[in-house]
Design a protein around this ligand. Structure first.
Ligand code: NAP
Length: 265
Protein backbone atom coordinates (compact mmCIF):
# COMPACT_ATOMS: atom_id res chain seq x y z
CA UNK A 1 0.00 0.00 0.00
CA UNK A 2 1.21 3.50 -0.81
CA UNK A 3 2.12 5.79 2.07
CA UNK A 4 -0.50 8.43 2.93
CA UNK A 5 0.69 11.53 4.76
CA UNK A 6 -1.90 12.53 7.35
CA UNK A 7 -2.45 15.83 9.17
CA UNK A 8 -4.83 15.88 12.13
CA UNK A 9 -6.82 18.95 13.17
CA UNK A 10 -8.12 18.91 16.71
CA UNK A 11 -5.07 16.72 17.43
CA UNK A 12 -5.02 17.63 21.11
CA UNK A 13 -8.71 16.79 21.65
CA UNK A 14 -10.24 13.51 22.83
CA UNK A 15 -10.88 12.13 19.33
CA UNK A 16 -7.86 13.83 17.75
CA UNK A 17 -5.43 12.13 20.17
CA UNK A 18 -7.02 8.76 19.40
CA UNK A 19 -6.66 9.48 15.66
CA UNK A 20 -2.96 10.41 16.09
CA UNK A 21 -2.35 7.16 18.01
CA UNK A 22 -4.10 5.18 15.29
CA UNK A 23 -2.23 6.87 12.43
CA UNK A 24 1.06 6.07 14.19
CA UNK A 25 0.06 2.39 14.45
CA UNK A 26 -0.88 1.98 10.76
CA UNK A 27 1.90 0.80 8.40
CA UNK A 28 0.88 2.92 5.40
CA UNK A 29 -0.08 6.11 7.30
CA UNK A 30 2.37 8.79 8.38
CA UNK A 31 1.51 11.49 10.91
CA UNK A 32 2.85 14.62 9.27
CA UNK A 33 1.17 17.47 11.16
CA UNK A 34 -0.92 18.11 14.28
CA UNK A 35 -3.14 21.19 14.55
CA UNK A 36 -4.99 22.43 17.60
CA UNK A 37 -5.78 25.60 19.52
CA UNK A 38 -4.30 24.04 22.68
CA UNK A 39 -0.70 23.05 23.33
CA UNK A 40 1.00 25.01 20.52
CA UNK A 41 4.66 24.00 20.24
CA UNK A 42 4.27 20.76 22.21
CA UNK A 43 5.41 17.49 20.66
CA UNK A 44 2.35 15.35 19.88
CA UNK A 45 4.30 12.19 20.86
CA UNK A 46 4.75 13.61 24.37
CA UNK A 47 1.06 14.51 24.57
CA UNK A 48 0.17 10.92 23.69
CA UNK A 49 2.55 9.62 26.37
CA UNK A 50 4.85 8.11 23.74
CA UNK A 51 8.32 8.97 22.42
CA UNK A 52 8.90 12.43 20.90
CA UNK A 53 7.99 12.50 17.21
CA UNK A 54 9.22 15.93 16.14
CA UNK A 55 5.64 16.72 15.14
CA UNK A 56 4.61 19.81 17.02
CA UNK A 57 1.13 21.22 17.64
CA UNK A 58 0.53 24.24 15.42
CA UNK A 59 -2.30 26.59 14.53
CA UNK A 60 -4.16 25.42 11.44
CA UNK A 61 -3.40 27.95 8.69
CA UNK A 62 -2.97 27.54 4.93
CA UNK A 63 0.70 28.45 5.33
CA UNK A 64 1.32 25.80 8.02
CA UNK A 65 -0.64 23.10 6.21
CA UNK A 66 0.75 23.68 2.71
CA UNK A 67 4.33 23.45 4.03
CA UNK A 68 3.65 19.85 5.18
CA UNK A 69 2.73 18.30 1.83
CA UNK A 70 -0.04 16.25 3.49
CA UNK A 71 -2.39 14.02 1.46
CA UNK A 72 -5.28 13.87 3.93
CA UNK A 73 -6.40 15.99 6.87
CA UNK A 74 -8.54 14.30 9.52
CA UNK A 75 -10.71 16.82 11.38
CA UNK A 76 -12.31 16.23 14.79
CA UNK A 77 -12.85 19.77 16.09
CA UNK A 78 -16.04 21.78 16.57
CA UNK A 79 -18.97 22.52 14.24
CA UNK A 80 -18.07 26.23 14.54
CA UNK A 81 -14.59 25.79 13.04
CA UNK A 82 -14.76 22.60 10.95
CA UNK A 83 -16.10 24.21 7.75
CA UNK A 84 -13.23 26.74 7.75
CA UNK A 85 -10.79 23.90 8.46
CA UNK A 86 -12.15 21.89 5.52
CA UNK A 87 -11.83 24.96 3.28
CA UNK A 88 -8.24 25.45 4.43
CA UNK A 89 -7.42 21.82 3.62
CA UNK A 90 -9.04 21.93 0.19
CA UNK A 91 -7.29 25.22 -0.67
CA UNK A 92 -4.00 23.41 0.05
CA UNK A 93 -4.98 20.45 -2.16
CA UNK A 94 -5.42 18.23 0.93
CA UNK A 95 -8.37 15.80 1.15
CA UNK A 96 -10.45 16.20 4.32
CA UNK A 97 -11.82 13.24 6.33
CA UNK A 98 -14.18 14.80 8.82
CA UNK A 99 -15.71 13.33 11.96
CA UNK A 100 -16.81 16.62 13.50
CA UNK A 101 -20.59 16.68 13.96
CA UNK A 102 -23.17 19.46 14.04
CA UNK A 103 -23.06 20.58 10.39
CA UNK A 104 -26.14 22.18 8.86
CA UNK A 105 -27.40 21.16 5.41
CA UNK A 106 -26.03 24.49 4.11
CA UNK A 107 -22.58 23.65 5.54
CA UNK A 108 -22.58 20.31 3.71
CA UNK A 109 -23.69 21.94 0.40
CA UNK A 110 -21.00 24.59 0.81
CA UNK A 111 -18.32 21.91 1.36
CA UNK A 112 -19.61 19.93 -1.64
CA UNK A 113 -19.30 23.03 -3.81
CA UNK A 114 -15.65 23.63 -2.84
CA UNK A 115 -14.73 19.93 -3.20
CA UNK A 116 -16.19 19.90 -6.72
CA UNK A 117 -14.60 23.21 -7.65
CA UNK A 118 -11.18 21.97 -6.53
CA UNK A 119 -11.79 18.60 -8.25
CA UNK A 120 -10.81 16.82 -5.03
CA UNK A 121 -12.52 14.42 -2.65
CA UNK A 122 -13.69 14.55 0.97
CA UNK A 123 -15.48 12.34 3.47
CA UNK A 124 -17.77 13.60 6.23
CA UNK A 125 -19.14 10.90 8.54
CA UNK A 126 -21.30 11.71 11.57
CA UNK A 127 -20.33 8.28 12.92
CA UNK A 128 -17.26 6.26 12.04
CA UNK A 129 -18.26 3.20 14.12
CA UNK A 130 -19.29 0.32 11.85
CA UNK A 131 -21.88 -0.84 14.41
CA UNK A 132 -23.53 2.59 14.35
CA UNK A 133 -23.68 2.55 10.56
CA UNK A 134 -25.38 -0.85 10.73
CA UNK A 135 -27.77 0.44 13.41
CA UNK A 136 -28.83 3.18 10.99
CA UNK A 137 -29.19 0.71 8.12
CA UNK A 138 -31.31 -1.68 10.24
CA UNK A 139 -33.42 1.26 11.46
CA UNK A 140 -34.12 2.28 7.85
CA UNK A 141 -35.20 -1.31 7.13
CA UNK A 142 -37.43 -1.53 10.23
CA UNK A 143 -39.06 1.81 9.33
CA UNK A 144 -40.66 0.13 6.30
CA UNK A 145 -42.81 -1.88 8.72
CA UNK A 146 -43.06 0.39 11.79
CA UNK A 147 -44.20 3.97 11.24
CA UNK A 148 -43.68 4.97 14.90
CA UNK A 149 -40.08 5.45 16.04
CA UNK A 150 -38.28 7.41 18.72
CA UNK A 151 -34.54 7.86 19.24
CA UNK A 152 -32.75 8.05 22.58
CA UNK A 153 -29.11 9.07 22.26
CA UNK A 154 -26.67 9.31 25.17
CA UNK A 155 -23.27 11.02 25.04
CA UNK A 156 -20.62 12.35 27.42
CA UNK A 157 -21.37 15.75 28.92
CA UNK A 158 -18.61 17.55 26.96
CA UNK A 159 -20.41 17.04 23.66
CA UNK A 160 -21.56 20.47 22.50
CA UNK A 161 -24.12 19.62 19.81
CA UNK A 162 -27.54 18.09 20.46
CA UNK A 163 -29.04 16.01 19.10
CA UNK A 164 -26.07 14.02 17.78
CA UNK A 165 -25.29 13.90 14.06
CA UNK A 166 -26.02 10.17 14.19
CA UNK A 167 -29.50 10.77 15.63
CA UNK A 168 -30.29 13.34 12.94
CA UNK A 169 -29.06 11.03 10.21
CA UNK A 170 -31.08 8.12 11.69
CA UNK A 171 -34.24 10.26 11.73
CA UNK A 172 -33.65 11.15 8.07
CA UNK A 173 -33.23 7.46 7.14
CA UNK A 174 -36.35 6.43 9.10
CA UNK A 175 -38.34 9.16 7.35
CA UNK A 176 -37.12 8.01 3.93
CA UNK A 177 -37.74 4.34 4.77
CA UNK A 178 -41.25 4.45 6.17
CA UNK A 179 -44.33 4.04 4.03
CA UNK A 180 -46.56 6.27 6.16
CA UNK A 181 -46.10 9.07 8.68
CA UNK A 182 -46.89 8.34 12.35
CA UNK A 183 -50.24 9.70 13.57
CA UNK A 184 -50.11 13.34 14.67
CA UNK A 185 -51.05 13.99 18.29
CA UNK A 186 -51.36 16.95 20.65
CA UNK A 187 -49.53 16.28 23.92
CA UNK A 188 -50.51 18.01 27.12
CA UNK A 189 -47.00 19.33 27.80
CA UNK A 190 -46.32 19.97 31.48
CA UNK A 191 -42.61 20.52 30.86
CA UNK A 192 -41.09 22.02 27.70
CA UNK A 193 -38.99 19.48 25.82
CA UNK A 194 -40.33 16.46 27.73
CA UNK A 195 -41.06 14.74 24.41
CA UNK A 196 -37.61 15.62 23.03
CA UNK A 197 -36.92 17.44 19.78
CA UNK A 198 -38.63 16.46 16.55
CA UNK A 199 -36.73 15.88 13.30
CA UNK A 200 -38.59 14.48 10.27
CA UNK A 201 -41.49 13.43 12.56
CA UNK A 202 -39.13 11.40 14.77
CA UNK A 203 -38.81 12.38 18.45
CA UNK A 204 -35.17 12.54 19.56
CA UNK A 205 -34.19 12.50 23.23
CA UNK A 206 -30.62 13.59 24.05
CA UNK A 207 -28.98 12.58 27.32
CA UNK A 208 -25.67 14.18 28.38
CA UNK A 209 -23.83 12.64 31.34
CA UNK A 210 -20.33 12.12 32.67
CA UNK A 211 -19.44 8.48 31.99
CA UNK A 212 -20.92 7.41 28.65
CA UNK A 213 -19.10 7.87 25.30
CA UNK A 214 -21.67 7.47 22.47
CA UNK A 215 -24.83 5.35 22.61
CA UNK A 216 -28.10 5.26 20.71
CA UNK A 217 -31.34 3.32 20.86
CA UNK A 218 -33.95 3.44 18.14
CA UNK A 219 -37.29 2.20 19.48
CA UNK A 220 -40.04 1.23 17.06
CA UNK A 221 -43.61 0.68 18.25
CA UNK A 222 -46.55 -1.17 16.78
CA UNK A 223 -49.63 -2.97 18.12
CA UNK A 224 -48.54 -4.99 21.15
CA UNK A 225 -44.83 -4.88 20.37
CA UNK A 226 -41.66 -2.79 20.27
CA UNK A 227 -38.44 -3.34 18.39
CA UNK A 228 -35.26 -1.78 19.80
CA UNK A 229 -32.05 -1.37 17.83
CA UNK A 230 -29.16 -0.32 20.06
CA UNK A 231 -25.55 0.57 19.54
CA UNK A 232 -22.88 1.44 22.12
CA UNK A 233 -19.42 2.90 21.62
CA UNK A 234 -17.66 2.14 24.90
CA UNK A 235 -14.31 3.58 23.79
CA UNK A 236 -13.17 6.15 21.24
CA UNK A 237 -11.14 3.41 19.53
CA UNK A 238 -14.49 2.08 18.21
CA UNK A 239 -14.37 4.89 15.61
CA UNK A 240 -10.81 4.24 14.44
CA UNK A 241 -11.25 1.38 11.91
CA UNK A 242 -13.80 3.61 10.12
CA UNK A 243 -11.41 6.57 10.15
CA UNK A 244 -8.54 4.46 8.73
CA UNK A 245 -10.87 3.04 6.07
CA UNK A 246 -11.98 6.57 5.08
CA UNK A 247 -8.40 7.92 4.97
CA UNK A 248 -7.46 5.15 2.53
CA UNK A 249 -10.67 5.46 0.50
CA UNK A 250 -10.62 9.26 0.13
CA UNK A 251 -7.45 8.90 -1.96
CA UNK A 252 -9.47 6.94 -4.57
CA UNK A 253 -12.86 8.69 -4.57
CA UNK A 254 -14.07 11.88 -6.26
CA UNK A 255 -16.35 14.52 -4.77
CA UNK A 256 -17.91 14.63 -1.31
CA UNK A 257 -19.06 11.42 0.36
CA UNK A 258 -21.38 12.07 3.31
CA UNK A 259 -21.83 9.09 5.66
CA UNK A 260 -19.54 6.08 6.07
CA UNK A 261 -22.30 3.83 4.69
CA UNK A 262 -21.82 5.44 1.28
CA UNK A 263 -18.16 4.46 1.28
CA UNK A 264 -18.87 0.87 2.32
CA UNK A 265 -21.31 0.11 -0.48
P1 NAP B 1 -12.64 17.91 21.94
O1 NAP B 1 -11.99 16.99 22.91
O2 NAP B 1 -13.20 19.21 22.43
O3 NAP B 1 -11.55 18.18 20.80
C1 NAP B 1 -11.68 19.11 19.79
C2 NAP B 1 -10.35 19.85 19.72
O4 NAP B 1 -10.31 20.59 18.51
C3 NAP B 1 -10.17 20.86 20.87
O5 NAP B 1 -8.86 20.79 21.38
C4 NAP B 1 -10.46 22.16 20.15
O6 NAP B 1 -9.94 23.31 20.77
C5 NAP B 1 -9.80 21.89 18.82
N1 NAP B 1 -10.18 22.85 17.80
C6 NAP B 1 -11.32 23.56 17.67
N2 NAP B 1 -11.25 24.34 16.59
C7 NAP B 1 -10.05 24.13 16.01
C8 NAP B 1 -9.39 24.65 14.88
N3 NAP B 1 -9.96 25.58 14.10
N4 NAP B 1 -8.17 24.19 14.57
C9 NAP B 1 -7.57 23.27 15.33
N5 NAP B 1 -8.13 22.74 16.44
C10 NAP B 1 -9.36 23.17 16.78
O7 NAP B 1 -13.83 17.18 21.17
P2 NAP B 1 -13.94 15.61 20.81
O8 NAP B 1 -14.68 14.90 21.89
O9 NAP B 1 -12.61 15.11 20.36
O10 NAP B 1 -14.96 15.67 19.58
C11 NAP B 1 -14.61 16.37 18.39
C12 NAP B 1 -15.75 16.26 17.39
O11 NAP B 1 -15.86 14.90 16.94
C13 NAP B 1 -17.14 16.62 17.93
O12 NAP B 1 -17.86 17.31 16.94
C14 NAP B 1 -17.79 15.25 18.18
O13 NAP B 1 -19.20 15.29 18.12
C15 NAP B 1 -17.20 14.48 17.03
N6 NAP B 1 -17.22 13.01 17.13
C16 NAP B 1 -17.47 12.34 15.97
C17 NAP B 1 -17.42 10.97 15.94
C18 NAP B 1 -17.63 10.27 14.62
O14 NAP B 1 -17.57 9.04 14.58
N7 NAP B 1 -17.86 11.01 13.55
C19 NAP B 1 -17.13 10.26 17.10
C20 NAP B 1 -16.88 10.95 18.27
C21 NAP B 1 -16.91 12.36 18.27
P3 NAP B 1 -10.99 24.25 21.64
O15 NAP B 1 -11.19 23.51 22.92
O16 NAP B 1 -10.25 25.53 21.78
O17 NAP B 1 -12.26 24.39 20.85
Amino acid sequence: MEEIKVAVSGANGRMGQEVCRTVLSEDNLKLIAAFDRHGEGEDIGKILGEEELNVFIEKLTEENLSSKNADVMVDFTTPMSAVDNIETALNCGVRPVVGTTGFTEEDVSHVKEIVDRQNLSAVIAPNFALGAVLMMKFAAEAAKYFSQAEIVETHHDKKIDAPSGTALKTAELIDKGRKEKPPEREDLMKLDGARGGVEKDVHIHSIRLTGPIAHQEVIFGSTGQTLTIKHDSFHRNSFMPGVVFAVNKVMETKGLVFGLENLLE
